[in-house]
Design a protein around this ligand. Structure first.
Ligand SMILES: [Ca+2]
Ligand SMILES: [Ca+2]
Length: 304
């Protein structure tokens, strides 16, 4: 008599449990390619492809941010702007934030400490100091390095590879939320290659959520002159699932499992799937092929 290997059934059960307990939405929550047919030259007041209207951060109107040739040039000092995400992202285990941009750095003052030009923040509109995930550029040799700082009070981590002025790079920053107040992690890739990793270093606690994206023309000569393009934030947000819905899903799972166990064994003459309590057995010998479904986080299965 043909039996379905236990691991096949177990794999199905495990995958279905994961899907039932941790559904997630992946979405683009901010995007600006500065390419739109109706693209205004002034960044402030324009609306990104996805996200809220670009709004001034602080008060400086020096070097107003101005789209030019479908990219956004940034000077080393002047006006800053933010755009609110289409939805805020809670700082919760399982959620993920990916921020990306195409950058081309023209110059930065040699021998200076560098400065950041891009960050995330919360809440939008009212916040001018709580800037997170600050992306830095500092001079190094004949080129520059990229750095990442969680927030003020921490220590910036720089990658070791020296990048070239006048060359376009795609930079991605992944923010991973870890249970606990000051321990989240960040990973930066440049052109899809690992560049640096950074663990939260500031004594300031992580924000409860992240809600906007910021472009910053920084602190004078220490800051870079560059262009940015295709700024984008992608979020994966776990959706809390009501226990009752989970139980319905598990009931459907059990029915699927019965079908899986029976289909490849049409010649069986005896019952090949039996239940004992809340355990379901694939095959005719419970002692060797039991799959216990009563260990799931929602309590015993209501239906098998
Ligand atoms: Ca563009
Ligand atoms: Ca944390």
């Amino acid at each position: 008599m043909q039996r379905i290997p236990l691991y096949v059934c177990a794999l199905v059960v495990s995958a279905a449990f994961a899907a039932a307990s941790s559904p997630a939405n992946a979405a683009v929550i901010l995007l600006d390619d500065f390419n739109r047919a109706t693209q205004p030259s002034a960044l402030l007041g324009s609306t990104p492809n996805t996200g809220g209207t670009w709004t001034i951060t602080g008060t400086s109107v020096v070097n107003p941010l101005t789209v030019n040739g479908s990219v956004l040039p940034m000077a080393n000092t002047g006006q800053d702007a933010f755009s609110a995400f289409s939805q805020s992202v809670p700082n919760a285990v399982g959620n993920l934030l990916i921020t990306s941009a195409d950058i081309n750095v023209t110059s930065i003052g040699a021998g200076l400490v560098g400065d950041y030009f891009m960050n995330l923040s919360d809440p939008p509109a009212t916040n001018t100091t709580a800037f997170f995930q600050r992306l830095f550029i500092r001079p190094s040799g004949a080129g520059f390095q990229i750095g990442l700082l969680d927030t003020s009070g921490g220590t910036t981590t720089y990658g070791s590879a020296v990048l070239n002025f006048g060359q376009a790079y795609n930079v991605d920053v992944a923010w991973t939320f870890v249970a606990g107040p000051t321990n989240d992690t960040f990973a930066v890739t440049v052109d899809n290659l690992p560049y640096l990793t950074h663990n939260w270093t500031s004594p300031t606690a992580e924000p409860a959520q992240i809600s906007s994206f910021n472009l910053r023309q920084g602190g004078g000569a220490a800051a870079p002159v560059l262009t940015v393009d295709n700024v984008q934030v992608d979020a994966t947000i776990v959706i809390p699932e009501p226990a009752s819905l989970a139980l319905i899903t598990l009931g459907a799972l059990a029915r699927s499992l019965i079908g899986l166990c029976l289909t490849p064994s049409p010649s069986r003459t005896s019952a090949v799937l039996t239940t004992v309590g809340t355990a379901v057995f694939c095959g005719d010998s419970p002692r060797i092929s039991a799959i216990e479904l009563d260990k799931h986080p929602f309590g015993a299965l209501p239906y098998i």
